[in-house]
Unconditional design. Structure first.
Length: 238
């Protein structure tokens, strides 16, 4: 027989489910926290020149930090659905701090005006791309493999440009990077929405996928900033 208690329990269960706006907000807030951690870490290391002093004292430190970044990123992806949510969040925070160390050296390489302008432009651009990715009806997921190949090409090209002299390497790299991360940002936002509809009944899976999407969007934003800084600084010098 139908009982009022059963109705109340079912109602509470339904209300406990995360809605799409809640899922979206939680993911974007995680992205914002990661960017804030990286920005604060970078600014603090630059202001007291602590990162620079460490590099002078330990010449291999940048290689160690880079290895830790790669290791942390791989561990995050491998353990995403096996580790607890707390562990996943901790790895995200550690990775954000490590990238803050790397980004602190951008302030020695580029003019501060270029960095500030790049941050402002990238923020507006990133938000616009997120809106486009969220609202578009185009199936961006089918371009995922193409973008992955493009990203691999960009990495290989940048490594080759370090080893051998390639004409206009910086312009080619910036152009390709801007195109790739423009599309990747829209794609990752589309995937965020896709994940919700695919796993909306599984709160645990949703929480982990929220962290995964946050990491992807966080990396998209930082790469946009890095690319924009290169472009703006190049215009200023010319």
């Amino acid at each position: 027989m139908f009982r009022n208690e059963d109705f109340e329990i079912d109602t509470l269960t339904q209300e406990a489910h995360t809605t799409l706006p809640q899922y979206l907000l939680k993911t974007l807030l995680t992205v914002a926290v990661g960017i804030l951690i990286t920005t604060v870490t970078s600014f603090c290391l630059y202001m007291n020149h602590f990162g620079l002093r460490l590099v002078y004292q330990y010449e291999n430190l940048p290689i160690v930090v880079f290895a830790l970044q790669i290791g942390c990123l791989l561990l995050f992806r491998i353990r995403l659905f096996k580790a607890s949510l707390l562990t996943t969040r901790l790895m995200f925070i550690i990775y954000s701090i490590l990238l803050g160390f790397t980004f602190s050296f951008l302030q020695y390489l580029f003019q501060m005006e270029a960095i500030y302008m790049a941050f402002a432009i990238s923020f507006v651009y990133f938000v616009s791309l997120c809106v486009i990715g969220y609202t578009t009806r185009i199936d961006l997921l089918k371009y995922q493999t193409i973008l992955l190949v493009g990203l691999i090409f960009l990495i290989v090209f940048n490594l080759l440009s370090i080893l051998i002299d390639i004409g206009h390497a910086e312009q080619i790299s910036c152009s390709c990077s801007l195109i790739i991360f423009t599309l990747l940002t829209a794609l990752d936002m589309k995937k965020l929405k896709h994940f919700y509809y695919e796993y909306q009944e599984d709160e645990t899976m949703l929480a982990q996928l929220s962290m995964y999407s946050a990491l992807q969007l966080y990396l998209d934003f930082l790469n946009l900033i890095y690319t924009m800084t290169h472009i703006i600084d190049g215009f200023n010098k010319s």
